[in-house]
Design a protein around this ligand. Structure first.
Ligand code: NAD
Length: 502
């Protein structure tokens, strides 16, 4: 069985660890590989490599760093098909969705190609008499990225393109559930001309993470994953004096107003709830419908569309499925137990995905799209992040109650409103407590040149990922104030001892 190793100092590095974690193809349910769970010496080797590469890389001109990003972008484009297949085979998402994830990561690489401009700093002439002031945006040193299973390409690329382009070195700790892609990215960065040691991959679990969080040579930590781990990472990294951004879980609501275009809303909601089997941090898992009429119409439309959905492997000959499997057998069992609890607590289960069997893939981790109506705020399926293809509909009497419900949720990642009324949409955008808001847009993921991040317990730390926040996160500002005495140019140095006279 193939073992996925590490990438340290420009080469695949064989670990001596005897701990491994199985990697599955979720569509077939078969173990295809194993990944090494690295030990302390692997982790320290990566830190040493990244620290040694920092002086040279940080002094490399931004233009040269940008050219490596351009070359990396070209390699990503020419290898897209291969990368999407790797993602689909380990994560389970359908091929076109895997291609979409690579594109969203690639857009951050494109943004990082503009680093000579983005890292210019500011300059003010004559801040005092004969005094000028300018700022330098200097790299931090060794930066770390710890990433979740659900976007093995995009989430690492939210981080390292900007970290590297600004002159930092980087250690990526990918999810142990779908680790293969990280080594492909490392190989392509090397082919693009990145010097050895600038980008490293260490596979593993909490043991690796804890060493990275406490080692004084690591300057900054970017994390994306579930809220309890995000909070732990933020608190621990901060206690060691490191800069940290930790993005956590979500429970994204949309508010369906009675005046909404219900067909348009249903088309948007179906993809946002069930795309990628609901394993997206921006998945829409809750519809808050204002009034019974809007709720009934939406549910009728959703049920008809669910009937037509095809569920199966992410890669198939012929027409693509709408939805693939979830990532592991444990995750499937967890999602099914949430559905059990929802039923027990009295929510109305309109469509039940638990019994789905995909012919030819009987051992795959498939769950059909699941729809609950009459969900109440005190129910477990409302309160907890399920991270699967389960959509809950809650009914409220008016806009105000809907907004209050959304604002009292512990998470505040993304949200959306469906309405034809501009004033309501504007009021919602201003008042809702969430980091990313869509108006008739179900998954309002900001583009690479904006910044991505939620509010409340969906993020820990002040700076979001990519866009201008990304550049700020990976640089520290230094402000230089300069005065040059005029004596050399103006004075006659042959006569320095005589009294100056006009
Ligand atoms: P996870 O928190 O289980 O794992 C994320 C990373 O943390 C992995 O690399 C894992 O190895 C590591 N990790 C796990 N337990 C750890 C521990 N005890 N100590 C140290 N490190 C640990 O998350 P996941 O299941 O891989 O991903 C799904 C979660 O990620 C969902 O909650 C989802 O909402 C969230 N997510 C959030 C965003 C966002 O932008 N806010 C984006 C993608 C995913």
């Amino acid at each position: 069985m193939e073992t996925i190793q590490n990438f340290i100092n420009g080469h695949v590095s064989m670990s001596k660890s005897e701990r491994f974690s199985p990697v599955f193809n979720p569509a077939s349910g078969e173990q295809t590989r194993q990944v090494v769970l690295s030990n302390e010496s692997d982790t320290v080797a990566a830190i040493v490599a990244a620290e040694s590469a920092f002086p040279g890389w940080s002094k490399t001109s931004p233009l040269k760093r940008a050219r490596i990003m351009f070359a990396f972008k070209a390699l990503l484009e020419s290898n897209k098909d291969k990368l999407a297949r790797i993602i689909s085979n380990e994560h389970g998402k359908v091929y076109s969705d895997a291609m979409g994830e690579i594109t969203r990561g690639l857009e951050v690489v494109e943004y990082a190609c503009g680093i000579p401009h983005l890292q210019k700093g500011e300059h003010s002439a004559n801040v005092g008499s004969g005094v000028d002031s300018h700022s330098l945006m200097q790299p931090l040193g060794v930066c770390v990225g710890i990433t979740p299973f659900n976007f093995p390409a995009m989430v690492p690329m939210w981080m390292f393109p900007i970290a590297l382009a600004t002159g930092n070195t980087f250690i990526l700790k990918p999810s142990e559930k779908d680790p293969s892609l990280a080594l492909q990215l490392a190989d392509m960065l090397k082919k693009a001309g990145l010097p050895d040691g600038v980008f490293n991959v260490v596979n593993g679990d909490k043991q690796v993470v804890d060493i990275l969080l406490s080692d004084p040579r690591v300057q900054a930590v970017s994390f994306v994953g579930s809220t309890p781990i995000a909070e732990y990472i933020y608190n621990t990294a901060s206690s060691y004096g490191k800069r940290c951004q930790a993005l956590g879980g979500a429970k994204n609501h949309c508010l369906l107003m009675p005046d909404a275009d219900i067909d348009m809303a249903a088309n948007a909601i179906i993809g946002a709830a069930y795309g990628s089997a609901g394993e997206r941090c921006m998945a829409l898992s809750v519809v808050v419908a204002v009034g019974d009429q809007a709720a009934d119409e939406l549910i009728g439309n959703l049920k008809a569309q669910i009937k037509k959905m095809t569920i199966g492997p992410g890669i198939v000959e012929g027409p693509e499925n709408d939805m693939g499997p979830v990532v592991t057998a444990e995750h499937k069992a967890k999602i099914c137990s949430f559905i059990d609890i929802g039923e027990k607590q009295g929510a109305e289960l309109l469509v039940d995905g638990r019994q789905l069997i995909v012919e030819g893939n009987e051992k795959g981790y498939f769950i059909g799209p699941t729809l609950f109506d009459h969900v109440l705020p005190e129910m477990t399926i409302y309160k907890e992040e399920i991270f699967g293809p389960v959509l809950a509909v809650l009914r409220v009497p008016n806009y105000k109650t809907g907004l209050e419900l959304i604002n009292s949720c512990e998470y505040g990642n993304g949200t959306a409103i469906f309405t034809r009324d501009g004033e309501t949409a504007r009021e919602f955008s201003e008042s809702v407590l969430a980091g990313m808001v869509g108006v008739n847009v179900p998954i309002p993921v900001p583009m690479a040149f904006h910044s991505f991040g939620g509010w409340k317990r969906s993020i820990f730390g002040p700076l979001n990922v990519h866009g201008s926040d990304g550049v700020r996160f990976y640089t520290k500002m230094k402000t230089v104030t300069t005065r040059w005495p005029a004596s050399i140019r103006l004075e006659d140095h042959t006569n320095t001892f005589t009294m100056p006279t006009m």
